[in-house]
Design a protein around this ligand. Structure first.
Ligand code: SF4
Length: 344
């Protein structure tokens, strides 16, 4: 298997995606990658994040999915109708996010509905309630994106994610995902508390297929007033990425996204079913997709399809599953006293 690092300067990630799966791409996705079918809307909706609720059981100071002005969420029949509509407009991959999506009582039903529509499914989670979801619905989940920012339990707690056992739990969950045949990503937000850390051993143990690295981002109305102490420069972010480049040799695809790459390159749907995008550090919210229709909602947000491609947002998400060996090769052990993941 090839090992790659993607960045915003990288080549088209679909056309040069890894392994035999690249040859398995259907005609439609080849066309989307080449920009040859439909128009920007096809590319925009190829991969969509649906934030199904705003509630979360963590309090990350960098969180920019807090939805402070959003009250409530779509009723389940409307959410399912929305999923069907997205599929009809070219969606291929639907990732359920939050808040913490595993807190949503209908998540399993949404996953099954999405699978029934032929979508590749994903769940972005802090892991707190992932285990019971895997037990019930692993067959409806293609990808899990586990959020882990530090190898130190103390640092993880200082960031607001987890109560002191987050890292150890993530290791356990990575094993459960593998056992259940669910493909694994890790999402890491790089901050002032972590940019000098070396997470190589932890990532070798978690062994995700993809590791998404985000430069902590200030988003007005979402995390301003809390995130400032955590901000880092682009150079500090680059240093963190460079320190981990060797993980590519172990088959982990690194996907670094600095602030510029994140801006205008995601199409997201909020808990009320409205399309929104990040435009220069502020969320631009469009109308309800169910009420206004997909095209009108897309026109209202500042999405740039070329930035989606450039950040590696279109990749080979549905090849035959491959599981990396657990490179550390040892059973999970509890963290050391005082936090920290035990290397090896
Ligand atoms: S776990 Fe995710 S949704 Fe919850 S507070 Fe942290 S970043 Fe936000």
């Amino acid at each position: 298997m090839s090992a790659t690092i993607r960045n915003q300067q990288g080549s088209d990630p679909l056309l040069d995606s890894e392994g035999p799966g690249a040859r398995a791409l259907g005609p439609r996705r080849d066309s989307v990658a080449a920009g040859g079918v439909g128009g920007p809307g096809d590319v925009a909706l190829a991969a969509v994040n649906f934030h199904i609720l705003s509630a979360c059981d963590a309090r990350c100071d960098f969180c920019f999915a807090t939805f402070p002005g959003v009250r409530g969420r779509l009723a389940a029949p409307d959410a399912r109708r929305l999923i069907t509509l997205l599929r009809a407009h070219g969606a291929e991959k639907l990732t359920f996010a939050g808040g913490e999506p595993t807190l949503h009582p209908d998540l399993e039903g949404y996953l099954r509905h999405a699978k029934g529509e032929g979508l590749v499914t994903g769940v972005v989670t802090n892991g707190s309630r992932l285990q019971p979801l895997l037990a019930r619905a692993a067959d409806a989940i293609d990808w899990v994106a586990l959020s882990v920012d530090s190898a130190s339990e103390a640092t993880q707690r200082a960031l607001g994610r987890g109560g002191g056992d987050h890292v150890a739990r993530a290791v356990r969950l990575s094993d459960l995902c593998r056992a259940a045949g669910v493909r694994l990503k890790v999402n890491t937000v790089v901050t002032s508390l972590t940019w000098e850390e070396d997470l190589t051993e932890l990532l070798r143990r978690l062994a995700p297929e993809r590791w998404k690295l985000f430069q902590v981002l200030r988003v007005e109305g979402q995390n301003d007033g809390r995130v400032e102490r955590l901000l880092i420069s682009r150079e500090q972010f680059s240093a963190f990425v460079a320190r981990h480049a060797r993980l590519a040799e172990a088959g982990v695809t690194l996907v670094p996204e600095d602030n510029d790459a994140i801006t205008d390159s995601y199409v997201m749907i909020d808990p009320l079913g409205r399309l929104y995008g990040d435009t220069g550090g502020i969320h631009r919210v469009g109308p309800s997709v169910l009420e206004a229709g997909v095209d009108a909602a897309l026109a209202a947000v500042g999405f740039q399809p070329e930035k989606l491609r450039a950040r590696g947002g279109l990749y080979d998400w549905a090849p035959p599953r491959r599981h990396l060996p657990i490179l550390a090769g040892r059973p999970t052990r509890p963290p050391r006293a005082g936090g920290g993941y035990p290397p090896g």
